[in-house]
Write a protein that binds this ligand. Structure first.
Ligand code: AQP
Length: 331
């Protein structure tokens, strides 16, 4: 809570081209809080370097992610949009919170285990303490709600534990945040391996639909999506591929699962996949159009970044000063 207003905070890593998982699970929902909450939405570049990035690509994607936020409906006048590394209080608070976070609890994080397996040659300390930096991001703004996909719920729960521990030692320091998981787009799965999350860093680009894919590419990817040997479009255990496509179709059309089953009753997977591709491409077309316009104006994007960083710093500074005082630093 800041000045009697509830706070919404979230972020996306510029670690690859953004997917419909990032869109449906997170960004699309951010704008729903703009009117009632004080909203901070960050491009979390410091998190992105926990896996190796090509510097020029990281820089380009930082601009693109900010432009996508705006193309998805986030008005910079109503939301604080900024880049994480522009507000050094994030890393400053992360260090302090590191000293109040336990090795054991960090070792249990599933994302750390997954990413350690995926990047076995680079299991760096940043990857391990990633959730502490995320806790700092959230707690700096006295956040009430954190809209995220279900894969990030564990990290928000850890953040709550760290904040509660800190508050027990130093009362009234942090607001305890709640994760808000979007019901419809909870977890979008890979089109090639539907038991695995769709991720922007997946090397198999056919497994992932990017927000900026053109219509032909989107339809081709859905046509190739892995399904099963059954023919009925119905949501059921063991039909991971079809369940995933039904979830995606439901998110883009607003139709319920029973409505989708009725719509495709007696029709094959081919018709269904085509319809999912069309619905996805049609929904993304206006976002893509707006994205291109915004990205073309780099000076404007830089202005938004600067204004966002100034606004965020104002609030972040208040929290970091309080924290430093409480732990006994001379300030
Ligand atoms: N497949 C998904 N379904 C639903 N939500 C998803 N999110 C990510 N993938 C899905 C949500 O998007 C937000 C931003 O994610 P992130 O960039 O901070 O990190 P991530 O969760 O690690 O996303 P990726 O796409 O898998 O990135 P890489 O490949 O770099 O690790 C979060 O709210 C997340 O829940």
């Amino acid at each position: 809570m800041l000045n009697d207003q509830k706070v919404s905070y979230s972020g996306v890593q510029p670690s690859g081209n953004l997917t419909i998982g990032n869109y449906l699970g997170a960004i699309k929902n951010f704008a729903t809080y703009s009117e009632q909450y004080k909203c901070f939405y960050c491009v979390v570049d410091s998190h992105a370097i926990t896996v190796r990035q090509v510097p020029a690509e990281l820089r380009r994607r930082t601009y693109e992610t900010l432009a996508l936020y705006m193309a998805c409906g986030l008005d910079p006048e109503k939301n604080t949009l900024y880049v994480q590394s522009h507000v050094p209080m994030h890393t400053e608070l992360a260090w302090i919170l590191n000293c109040y976070s336990m090795f054991g609890e960090l070792s249990r994080m599933t994302q750390f285990k997954d990413k350690s397996e995926k990047h076995a040659d680079n299991i760096n300390a940043g990857l391990f303490t990633y959730p502490v930096l995320m806790a700092a991001d959230i707690l700096l703004y006295q956040t009430d709600i954190v809209p995220v996909g279900i894969d990030q719920k564990q990290h928000v729960e850890l953040c709550r534990n760290i904040a509660t521990r800190f508050n027990q030692l130093f009362p009234d320091t942090f607001t305890i945040p709640e994760p808000i998981i979007s019901k419809s787009g909870m977890k979008i799965m890979s089109l090639a391996e539907p038991t695995k999350k769709m991720s922007k860093s997946d090397e198999n680009t056919n497994a992932v639909v990017y927000i900026l894919d053109d219509k032909d590419t989107i339809i081709r990817k859905f046509k190739r999506a892995v399904t099963d040997s059954d023919t009925a479009v119905r949501f059921a255990e063991g039909k991971d591929g079809i369940n995933n496509l039904m979830t995606i179709y439901s998110c883009f059309t607003g139709k319920t699962l029973p409505e989708i089953e009725r719509e495709f009753d007696g029709k094959g997977y081919g018709d269904f996949k085509m319809a999912v591709g069309e619905a996805c491409a049609d929904a993304l077309a206006p976002v893509q159009e707006k994205f291109r316009q915004i990205l073309a104006d780099k000076a404007y994007l830089e202005e938004v970044m600067k204004k966002g960083a100034d606004e965020a710093s104002y609030y972040a500074r208040k929290t970091i000063s309080k924290v430093k005082r409480k732990v006994g630093f001379v300030i």
